[in-house]
Design a protein around this ligand. Structure first.
Ligand SMILES: *Cc1c(COP(=O)(O)O)cnc(C)c1O
Length: 387
């Protein structure tokens, strides 16, 4: 929604706690209530207080939309029932015959949605190395309307230069979508670097507690916002008020959680770079990481996700993944507890045999906010078991 709620002078954490979250006018409740209602009484036919039916709008959802839009520096923000529902709404901007360019290690679910669902609807796609915007410009596929970039990517932690990819995209009259799930708006605001649309799985860092699934889209483009609002209401993949409440509760602590994720991730990276069981550590904070300079340019921290390749190959990677006690073996990421997974078999199985296939010796960590020493001890014993 377009309402100006924030003082532009407010810092990130103040906006996370206050924008869209003024005390409730009837009772003074300090926390935005869960408006568990499907409909809203009207004073006269067509005369209402801004809410008619809860698919179209719900005050708990409005609060979340305003808070998140403010954190992304966006004029508009629209919530969806999941990250993929949010992506689906964006992709409905396309018409049969249009083309989407995606990064060559996009999230597996994004790849599945574009190739298998939108493919059937007449949308074509190709995967490109978006770390090389000049090669994208040279090989620009005809009828490309959207470029879909994640940065850092899932699970290879590749960093894409948003401003450079935006230049190529705009020179060809297309729009750039940035999946900001890994970085979060605390570390990176893609609209400020030229992206047209930002998408989130709020299931991850924004919710932050592994207890709710959700998605969010931010934009400064009024036409895109009108499209998203229309799809939100016409298709109806909306989050319920409890989900919005839980997500908004997560938003309030995003900054403090990210600070801890960053310091714990730095300690984990230090262990991994020194351990014989590891052949390569993939983390944008490492000076040798190919995207390190770009990360410094567009991010204020390197994030809480760390991937690495096991020196002993696929079997060692699986043994490490199954060998931790504190790092829970599970899909998903971005919450308070640490998780470990094997992308080739788990999150990215749908990319097998495609240009987006991930290495079999890859392990992905979502470093949580537990005590650093406990995380390091757990990971060390799992790595020692294969060294
Ligand atoms: C999880 C994830 C999604 C999909 O979001 P859901 O909430 O699971 O639908 C999209 N992009 C990235 C980078 C993700 O990690």
């Amino acid at each position: 929604m377009a309402e100006e709620q924030s003082s532009p002078a407010w810092g990130f954490n103040t906006r996370a706690i206050h924008v869209g979250q003024e005390p409730e006018p009837v009772t003074g409740a300090v926390t935005v209530p869960v408006f568990q209602t499907s409909t809203f009484a009207q004073e006269a036919v067509g005369k209402h207080k801004g809410y008619e039916y809860a698919r179209t709008g719900n005050p708990t959802r409005t609060a979340l939309e305003r808070a998140l839009a403010s954190l992304e520096g966006a004029a508009f923000g629209v919530d969806f029932a999941s990250g993929l529902a949010a992506e689906d709404a964006i992709l409905r901007l396309l018409s049969p015959g249009d083309h989407v360019v995606m990064g060559n290690d996009a999230y597996g679910g994004t790849f599945r949605l574009i190739s298998q669902v939108f493919g059937k609807a007449g949308i074509t796609w190709s995967a490109h190395d978006l770390t090389d915007p000049a090669s994208l410009a040279a090989a620009w596929p005809e009828k490309t309307k959207l470029v879909w970039a994640e940065t850092p990517t899932n699970p290879l932690l590749t960093v894409i230069d948003i401003a450079e990819v935006a230049k190529v995209t705009h020179a060809n009259n297309a729009k750039l979508v940035a999946d900001n799930t890994f970085a979060t708006p605390y570390l990176q605001q893609p609209l400020a670097h030229g992206a047209d649309i930002v998408v989130h799985s709020t299931t991850k860092y924004i919710g932050g507690h592994s207890d709710v699934v959700g998605g969010f889209v931010a934009t400064n483009d009024a036409e895109v916002d009108a499209h998203l609002r229309f799809i939100q209401n016409a298709v109806g993949a909306v989050p319920g008020p409890w989900d919005c409440y839980l997500t908004l509760r997560g938003v309030k602590t995003l900054g403090v959680r990210m600070d801890r994720h960053l310091s714990n991730a730095a300690a984990v990276v230090e262990l991994l770079t020194r351990h014989d069981a590891v052949s390569t550590v993939l983390y944008p904070g490492l000076p040798g990481h190919p995207g390190h300079a770009v990360a410094d340019k567009q991010m204020s921290g390197y994030g809480g996700m760390v991937s690495f390749r096991a020196a002993g190959g696929r079997d060692a990677a699986i043994k490490i993944t199954e060998g931790t006690k504190l790092f829970t073996l599970a899909e998903s990421l971005g919450a308070v507890e640490s998780l470990i997974e094997h992308p080739g078999v788990m999150t990215h199985a749908s990319a097998a045999g495609s240009p987006l296939e991930v290495p079999a010796d890859l392990v992905r960590l979502s470093v949580g906010i537990e005590d650093k020493a406990d995380l390091i001890a757990d990971l060390r014993q799992a790595l020692n078991s294969v060294a």
